[in-house]
Design a protein around this ligand. Sequence first.
Ligand SMILES: Cc1cc2nc3c(=O)[nH]c(=O)nc-3n(C[C@H](O)[C@H](O)[C@H](O)COP(=O)(O)OP(=O)(O)OC[C@H]3O[C@@H](n4cnc5c(N)ncnc54)[C@H](O)[C@@H]3O)c2cc1C
Length: 456
Amino acid sequence: MPERDASERARDFDEVTLGYTEEMARAEASRCLQCRNPTCIEGCPVNIDIKSFIGEMIDGDYHAAVAVLKEKNALPAVCGRVCPQEEQCEARCVLAKKGESVAIGRLERWLGDFDLACELEGRCVPVVGADSGKRVAVVGSGPAGLACAGELRRYGHAVTVFESLHATGGVLTYGIPEFRLPKHIVQAEVGLLEEMGVEIRCDVVIGATYTIDELMTEEGFGAVFIGNGAGLPMFLGIPGENLNGVYSANEFLTRVNLMRAYEFPSADTPVWRGRKVAVVGGGNVAMDAARTAKRLGAEEVFLVYRRTEAEMPARKEEVHHAREEGIEFKMLCSPVEVLGKDGWVTGIVANTMELGEPDASGRRAPVCVMGADVTIDCDTVVMALGTRANPLLPKTTPDLELSKRGYILADEDGATSKPGVYAGGDIVTGSATVILAMGAGKRAARAMDEWLKQGD
Ligand SMILES: Cc1cc2nc3c(=O)[nH]c(=O)nc-3n(C[C@H](O)[C@H](O)[C@H](O)COP(=O)(O)OP(=O)(O)OC[C@H]3O[C@@H](n4cnc5c(N)ncnc54)[C@H](O)[C@@H]3O)c2cc1C
């Protein structure tokens, strides 16, 4: 897929990849073998009928192709950009064994963009079921909440999404940077859900503005879906982490993405623009933070990770893009102290590591090499170590059972310990992926539909 030159794109926030032209999309679609038993579908967490949508593309009927996609996925332009397709549908493509699988994700993206580029009346808006007379509340407008809301509308229920921030989309908006997922794409796909009649109320914090009980008893909602994500940042707990210039990736990315800190002072939000930035972590979040720091003007950006590149959980494509943009990888480094002067960061001290036996996650565990500490000079440190569940909502809902780590306990269908209350996405699984969150939202919607019918 065409992409912008690394030296140019590392200086702005515009999208890195340019997407297929129609010709390219048709040519790629025509590589699909239209297998009798399409194994790619098994690899998709929401079971998109990949064979059929590609078949419609081959025939040149793009509207029909979009309709097939939207049967299972209301956010194709989003998922086409950020899903780890290489580990899901594309990994199961028959052609993968012969070399190169069909680029299913890129075709999905092309179709999603095609749909959004149509005039409003030409867009595919899924059909809404006959009014059921039931009202459902959805907490959080991330992928889990949006997928659940869309599905509940298809069943004919009235849906209100409550979002604590001033903008919708969850991590799609406040976490994933513009250069990977432009905000207008997220907002346009959310807009289509509104076209379906989903009501979205921003700046409402459930657990503060209303409790879950208040939603069900005073506000008249028959069921509630909790998709509030897991947005509480984690730190290493090492000396110096309270120095000025230390950020959590969440704060750093939210300031820049959602609050347009890169436009300061024309946007109100300031951000400390480091000259030498160390980002600690090896996942997509770390990659996003490092590439964002570079775009803010950092001369050097180090990615500090305690294993090697082979164990990094980030998508290969993002690692490749980060390298191209000049991010320097410092592998087998585990920070033990943030150094500072006059209250500001001046560097980090890290243990040098080597790989030992596999740990519980199956990855080889890093082991400290004694006496081989390194110091990395930097003026900014971004901790991209993962996130946890925010305790605010459960505190005001004491009958909601939680795991030891504070995540909501829910069964396969999202049912929690509280009757009529369902949950899904990162708040149940811990940090995962967009499509898994969407799958959980959809499964919960089906179960909630059953629950609401029981009340008839
Ligand atoms: C920087 C970053 C990059 C990522 N990159 C990828 C990627 O490339 N591909 C991928 O598949 N996954 C990626 N992920 C993971 C993915 O984004 C998440 O797994 C997914 O967004 C989880 O969806 P969710 O709906 O459960 O939660 P979220 O997206 O976190 O949405 C939860 C929403 O609930 C709102 N909320 C929270 N508390 C309340 C409350 N009390 N009341 C009302 N609203 C509330 C939040 O403001 C938020 O809008 C990334 C994550 C991050 C942080």
